[in-house]
Design a protein around this ligand. Structure first.
Ligand SMILES: Cc1cc2nc3c(=O)[nH]c(=O)nc-3n(C[C@H](O)[C@H](O)[C@H](O)COP(=O)(O)O)c2cc1C
Length: 200
C-alpha cells in the first residue's frame, strides 16, 4: 500500500516538513507493527512552481493539464492506483492553508474529472501555525473540503481534526510535543482505517 505526504510550505525542511515527517514516521511504524507492506513518498511543494487553475477545461479531455509548470510532473505520481492514502500538510497562512496547498488542491481537479481517481483514498490533513491556536483547525477543515470534493475518506487524528502543530514554539518546532503527538496520531489513524478497509 502506498501513502503520499504532501508538504505545502514554500520553505524546505522547516516546520511543516518536520510535522509531516513525524506523521509519516508513525505511518511506517504502525504499518510495520501490523506487518503491512508500505511504500511512503513525500512530495515537497517547496521550490516547485505550481500556478492556480485557470479553468481552461483541458482536463475534461483526459488526465492532462494545459499549464506547463511543475504540477505536470506530479500527475503520473498521483495517478498511481496503488495509492491508499494522502496526507496534506500546510502552514497556516492568514488563518487558512498556504497558496501552495490551495493551488495543488485546485489543480488536482483533473483526477476528479477523469473518473474520480481519488475516490475512497484515505485523506488526512495537518496544519502548522506560528501561533499555538492560529487557525490550524480551519486550515485542516479547508483541506478536508477539497478531499470531500474528491470523494475521499477523511480521517482525523483519532481525537480531533488532524495534526495541529506549533511552528514557532519558543524552544523550536521540534519541542512541540503536544502537536507532534497529534501529527503522529494522524499517521497511526491512517493505518488503522486502511486496515479496516483492507486497503493492502
Ligand atoms: C504570509 C504568512 C501568514 C501567516 N499567517 C499565520 C496565521 O494566520 N496563523 C498562524 O498561526 N501563523 C501564521 N503564519 C506563520 C506560519 O504558519 C508558521 O511560521 C509556520 O510554521 C510556517 O511553516 P514553515 O516553517 O514550514 O515555513 C504566517 C506566515 C506567513 C508567511
Amino acid at each position: 500500500m502506498k501513502i503520499i505526504g504532501i508538504s505545502a510550505s514554500p520553505r524546505k525542511n522547516q516546520s511543516t516538513a518536520f510535522a509531516l515527517a513525524q506523521c509519516l514516521d508513525e505511518v511506517k511504524l504502525a504499518a510495520n507493527a501490523s506487518e503491512i507492506a508500505i511504500d511512503i513518498e513525500t512530495i515537497d511543494l517547496a521550490g516547485l512552481k505550481i500556478n492556480g487553475c485557470i479553468s481552461c477545461d483541458a482536463c475534461k479531455k483526459g488526465l492532462l493539464c494545459s499549464q506547463n509548470d511543475d504540477f505536470k510532473q506530479l500527475i503520473p505520481k498521483l495517478a498511481d492506483p496503488e495509492i491508499s492514502g494522502i496526507i496534506i500538510a500546510s502552514p497556516v497562512y492568514m488563518g487558512c492553508m498556504s497558496s501552495q496547498a490551495k493551488a495543488f488542491i485546485d489543480r488536482s481537479v483533473l483526477f476528479r474529472r477523469n473518473g474520480f481517481r481519488f475516490r475512497n483514498i484515505i485523506g488526512g490533513a495537518l496544519a502548522v501555525g506560528g501561533s499555538r491556536n492560529g487557525g490550524q483547525e480551519l486550515t485542516i477543515q479547508a483541506i478536508h473540503a477539497g478531499m470531500m470534493i474528491h470523494d475521499m475518506i477523511i480521517i482525523g487524528d483519532g481525537d480531533h481534526f488532524g495534526g495541529t502543530t506549533w511552528g514557532k514554539h519558543p524552544e523550536g518546532h521540534a519541542a512541540d510535543t503536544t502537536g507532534i503527538t497529534t501529527a503522529r496520531n494522524l499517521g497511526r489513524r491512517m493505518i488503522e482505517v486502511a486496515q479496516r478497509l483492507q486497503k493492502y
